[in-house]
Design a protein around this ligand. Structure first.
Ligand code: PLP
Length: 390
């Protein structure tokens, strides 16, 4: 009988067109990134390039190693840094370029990866939004030297919390094995708590309960009463919290195998709904994701730009639309001073502007025409196509 981790890896590997032995499992996606950086021996004096439009746990993982995050502003159409913008940020201390898949939209991977390889710079894909999608016919996560993925609540498929990495390079794999020797096993209490939260979400989460449940979960996790995605400490300063470097629990693997079985259908639905939202927004003359740019993106969430976030959010709650608020800050979800993460907002005008106006529509939605009607009703709050041109 094959062990559970091996079976889960085999399931994942089919989607990633890789050997199961190239995969490593963790408690969260951020932990997978940290292990990759340690495996690459990134540290003091090294620079890691990343978008100025990411989750704060990404620069956290870099800062825990002693290296320096170098942020690059985003392109107004793709919400990712362009190849040209990345090139200007490279110095002789650059060791890694992080290519983010944002909402399912790939970076300019072919150009970035081949340019970086010629210069001995390692590329890592932040594929936390991109599992199941592809770029130019190759699965997301397989373009770079390594990639990390997340299976947190809102990611392509969810195990509550969870993450893994794909390491294509053999020498790096050997190093990551060594690094992983110091992984802690999850405490039984945490595993059980996660199992309970997954069950609660399955049983009770619906458009009618979404807003109340979201508020309750955020309040409880901030108060430390349930296992949240981030501890309060991770959002206050870049100091590694206790118990950070943790492996994956069996409950997460079992849930992952279950979710993979239904994923194909979910991906189809996301794609179809993404197309419906783009068409609706284009007809209204509003900012939309241009389909021509990314023919095979996965549309984990669909970004919209609005004039007044609070008014739009209230309207969504009234209409029971499951709206999200990703990237409410260039380093989501930290508002206010970003200097502990070596970022000055003013230096990244497009990312700052996007963060001030962006919200996201659900794409795993059975009734997307209801969402399209909602967009039509709220048209006055939606911003025009040039909204991010600064
Ligand atoms: C969710 C997310 C992460 C981290 O994933 P976890 O599993 O929560 O650690 C990293 N980068 C981006 C862009 C994310 O959205």
């Amino acid at each position: 009988m094959t062990q559970l981790p091996e079976r889960y890896k085999r399931g994942l590997s089919k989607w990633l067109d890789c050997s199961p032995t190239h995969l490593f499992l963790y408690w969260k996606g951020r932990v997978a990134l940290y292990a990759l950086l340690k495996g690459m021996e990134i540290g003091e004096g090294d620079e890691v390039i990343m978008p100025a439009f990411t989750c704060v746990v990404v620069p956290n993982a870099v800062l825990y190693t002693g290296a320096h995050p170098v942020y690059v502003d985003i392109d107004p159409e793709t919400l990712n840094p362009s190849f040209e913008q990345i090139k200007t940020a490279v110095t002789d201390r650059t060791r890694v370029i992080l290519c983010q898949n944002t909402f399912g939209l790939s970076s300019d991977l072919d150009r970035i990866v081949s340019w970086a390889r010629e210069r001995g710079i390692v590329t890592i894909e932040d594929c936390t939004h991109g599992f199941g999608g592809s770029f130019q016919g190759k699965p997301n996560g397989t373009w770079c030297d390594a990639a990390f993925f997340s299976t947190q609540w809102n990611k392509p498929f969810s195990t509550g919390l969870g993450g893994f990495s794909l390491v294509s390079d053999e020498a790096l794999r050997e190093k990551v094995y060594q690094v992983n020797r110091s992984l802690q096993p999850p405490a039984w209490r945490e595993s059980i708590m996660l199992r309970i939260l997954i069950t609660l979400k399955e049983r009770f989460l619906s458009p009618t309960t979404y807003w109340k449940a979201l508020r309750a979960y955020r309040w409880l996790s901030r108060a430390g009463l349930v296992t949240g995605s981030s501890s309060g400490k991770e959002l206050e300063s870049p100091a590694m919290p206790e118990g950070y470097f943790k492996g994956m629990a069996k409950a997460q693997m079992r849930e992952g195998m279950k979710k993979l079985r239904g994923l194909e259908e979910v991906l189809q639905r996301r794609k179809k709904n993404g197309e419906i939202y783009t068409r609706t927004l284009e007809q209204l003359g509003k900012w939309a994701v241009a389909p021509a740019l990314f023919p095979d993106h996965a549309f984990l969430k669909y970004p919209v730009l609005v004039r007044d976030k609070e008014a739009f959010r209230q309207a969504a709650e009234d209409q029971q639309i499951e709206l999200g608020d990703w990237f409410c800050s260039p380093l989501h979800p930290v508002d206010g001073d970003l200097s502990p993460w070596k970022m000055e907002r003013e230096a990244y005008p497009v990312a700052s502007q996007a963060a001030a106006h962006i919200l996201d529509l659900p794409t795993d939605e059975n009734d997307s025409l209801r969402v399209a009607r909602f967009l039509e009703d709220q048209s006055a709050l939606l911003l025009p196509p040039n909204a991010l041109t600064v």
